[in-house]
Design a protein around this ligand. Structure first.
Ligand code: ZN
Length: 279
């Protein structure tokens, strides 16, 4: 267990007071490495709360620069940083909150050529990307790399979130679902509108990004009930939260009994929509 400095004891006092967290849980957070995919609507609150929580290493991957239209929801960025790479802007904000944490800036679009390399450097991945192709690719890459994935998505007033760790087998050989067990494959481009086309309520991003961070912190510390095996669907207009039970699909092409996806090659040449609006 980490020996805390006096300053750390004070900074993390409200965590350490929680009996489920304590010094042991806080040590795990300080030792943890979390990758956040997308420094946008979901990634912004996720990065801020991960930094505030003292997660020791936070990787941020995003190729975009801050745009005026981002600021309605992407709270890690500020008006005077329009034009700055989002990873740099998010790192500045995170460091201002907590200089204790190490921020790794991946100023690139995550794709089939770099996904495994980037993901392998982390313990857990929080995906807040803004398109299906990336979301499926991250699911597949996390499965191959043996990393737990907490994936969230938002559109208009709706959000959903799930934890996927199909690589973790229990004693009888069973495992939880991967993202593909539930959604199977990405819809054809253009079928589902993006946030840039359909809009999104900014505060909903904060809610979903905070939920995502809560699940990441729980997974790191091994406390509470994992969201693995459930899909949480949020209707922001009616303020309804539905937790749907989901199971691993033996016919899943990735984590099923006879997998047909055995590497990331199905994602080669896939064009994730180049979107200036991340989440
Ligand atoms: Zn699966």
């Amino acid at each position: 267990m980490t020996d805390f400095t006096d300053e750390q004891v004070e900074r993390y006092a409200r965590h350490i007071l929680l009996k489920e967290v304590g010094g042991e849980g806080q040590s795990k957070l300080l030792d943890a490495k979390v990758l956040v995919v997308g420094a946008g609507g979901l990634g912004s609150p996720a990065i801020l709360y991960l930094a505030a929580a003292g997660v020791g290493t936070i990787g941020i991957v995003d190729a975009d620069t801050v745009d005026l239209s981002n600021l309605q929801r992407q709270v890690a960025h500020t008006t005077d940083r329009i034009g700055m790479p989002k990873v740099e802007s998010a790192a500045v904000t995170a460091k201002a909150i907590n200089p204790d944490v190490n921020i790794v800036e991946h100023n690139t679009r995550i794709d089939v050529t770099n996904a495994l390399d980037i993901i392998s450097g982390y313990d857990i991945v929080a995906d807040g990307s803004d398109n299906f192709e990336t979301r499926f690719m991250i699911n597949d890459a996390c499965y191959f790399a043996g990393k737990t994935l907490v994936s969230a998505a938002i559109l208009r007033f709706d959000g959903q979130i799930g934890t996927y760790k199909a690589h973790v087998h229990d004693d009888d050989g069973g495992h939880g679902p991967c993202y593909r067990c539930i959604f199977r494959e990405a819809p054809p481009p253009g079928q589902v509108p993006s946030c840039a086309e359909a809009g999104v309520l900014g505060a909903l991003c904060g809610m979903m990004g905070s939920l995502q961070t809560t699940e990441v912190l729980k997974e790191i510390m091994g406390i509470g009930d994992s969201l693995s095996g459930s899909l949480l669907v949020v209707d922001g207009l009616s303020t309804e939260f539905r937790k749907i039970k989901v199971k691993a699909d033996p016919g899943c092409p990735l984590c099923g009994d006879n997998p047909t996806i055995t590497d990331l090659s199905i994602h080669e040449g896939a064009t994730a929509p180049s979107c200036a609006v991340n989440g």
